[in-house]
Design a protein around this ligand. Structure first.
Ligand SMILES: *Cc1c(COP(=O)(O)O)cnc(C)c1O
Length: 448
């Protein structure tokens, strides 16, 4: 097989997978899982044929894939990939650019700069902000929180880059009680002991209660959420952010999926005041339906992010707004390009339509679930529906029987101390009929 035949074979196999993904069992069955044993080989001494390696990947691997790239996946907050984004990714992978800076990839540098500008316009965030295209909201929050601490300390005359943390003025961190685990992780990695985080009490939707907001000062980082992971609720930015700003605190918003509400004229009011924060993270790979791992970290003070994340060396210096100087990775994939392709092909209207459609589907699902005997636990402001039956046993049984059908997948969580089910509608492929089909399954499962 020639090199190009191998690529053609991969393309053919990828097409066949995509053609079948909507009809496929959503979570692999026992036979497909057993088939994954084929990969448990000893590391070969002599190389195997490339074509045969690809065949194994497809024959044993494809049946073991979760059909999250289809219309029936409602777990976590996982979108499918828009065809244009997947196609752009395919071309970018043929280019194989190291998209660190202009010098390593002028094309990536040019396109990611355009994508960055578009994102700030679309999300209506301060236009001078720096945008880092990184692997995840996890990595983005780590970058932004690092910039935050560096800036707060610098304002107090402490050069953390040179002096490190020992002996530094103490930076306090306030997070919602319902804060996402990846923010906790970022803070833990930074050396903020989890025991020292100050937790802001939240309401029954997981939103910070502004009346009980802990004290803030000029050495405080305040983390807020646009899209609590269970309910989809957004913090009351318009009430909270002005208080934080007046106190001189740094406000970081985890908007992994919920920041996209800002694009919708119907939902935008939920994000009112969010533009007053200092930094924001959001994912492409969730609600924008672009490939993994593609996310954005946005920082109002360009210089703060650029200084915190700079990785210039004598052999590799680049402008401050090069991607390698805004994010964690030095060598990196041009992950902003599929995001650019998605934005260009959807346009502002297309992004808004997708967000509105998913929110409307979530409302329809919630109404249907209530009719079927479930209790819906959240306000269903966005694309998340949180629900349960009267007893914990009935909730778990309904979940298990729904998944057993193989015709959909969604997850379980705990909410206010008891098991609950969570449904996230995030895939461009999901249609109104798919929602009715899911509802029919869930209605059946509500009856023991
Ligand atoms: C998914 C999620 C994250 C983490 O995003 P990754 O891109 O998976 O790192 C953070 N916060 C919220 C609210 C999320 O839903």
């Amino acid at each position: 097989m020639t090199d190009l035949d191998l690529i053609a074979d991969a393309d053919r196999r990828a097409r066949a997978y995509l053609a079948g993904v909507a009809g496929q069992r959503v979570f692999p069955d026992a036979a497909a899982l057993a088939g994954l044993g084929a990969f448990d080989e000893p590391m070969p001494d002599a190389g195997r044929a490339a074509g045969q390696t690809l065949a194994l990947l497809d024959d044993a691997g494809s049946p073991g894939a979760v059909a999250s790239n289809g219309p029936h996946y409602f777990g976590f907050v996982i979108g499918a990939t828009l065809p244009v984004a997947a196609a752009a990714e395919r071309l970018v992978s043929a280019w194989d650019q190291c998209a660190a800076s202009f010098d390593t990839s002028p094309v990536a540098d040019a396109i990611e700069k355009t994508a960055a500008r578009w994102l700030l316009e679309l999300l209506d965030l301060p236009r001078q902000s720096a945008v880092s295209f990184n692997t995840s909201a996890s990595a983005g929050s780590l970058s932004c929180l690092t910039a935050a601490r560096r800036s707060l300390l610098a304002r107090h005359g402490w050069d953390v880059d040179a002096q490190g943390l020992s002996g530094a003025p103490q930076v306090r961190v306030v997070v919602p009680q319902s804060v996402h685990v990846t923010i906790r992780k970022a803070l833990r990695m930074m050396g903020f002991g989890t025991r020292h985080l100050i937790e802001a009490p939240v309401d029954d939707q997981g939103r910070i209660d502004p009346a009980r907001l802990p004290g803030l000062d000029h050495l405080t980082i305040l983390c807020l959420q646009a899209g609590e992971v269970n309910t989809g609720s957004l913090d009351r930015f318009a009430e909270i952010i002005p208080l934080a700003r007046a106190a001189g605190a740094w406000v970081h918003v985890d908007g992994a999926f919920g920041l996209w509400a800002r694009v919708s004229s119907i939902k935008r009011h939920l994000t009112e005041g969010i533009e007053g924060a200092d930094s924001w993270t959001t994912d492409g790979h969730k609600w924008l339906n672009t490939p993994y791992d593609g996310a954005m970290a946005i920082c109002r003070d360009r210089d703060a992010l650029a200084a915190a994340m700079n990785s210039d060396a004598v052999y590799a210096s680049a402008s401050a707004d090069s991607q390698k100087n805004l994010g964690i990775e030095f060598s990196r994939r041009a992950r902003g390009i599929p995001i650019w392709a998605a934005l260009r092909s959807l346009g502002r209207d297309g992004v808004e339509d997708m967000v509105n459609r998913h929110c409307a589907f979530a409302n329809r699902l919630a109404r249907g679930l209530a009719d079927a005997g479930y209790t819906v636990l959240n306000d269903v402001d966005l694309n998340q529906v949180l629900f349960r039956l009267d007893t914990d046993a009935a909730t778990s049984a309904a979940h298990a029987s729904a998944l057993e059908t193989g015709r959909l997948w969604f997850g379980q969580t705990r909410w206010q101390g008891r098991p609950a089910l969570r449904f996230s509608i995030s895939s461009w492929m999901t249609s109104a009929q798919d929602i009715e089909a899911a509802l029919a399954i869930l209605s059946d499962c509500a009856r023991p």
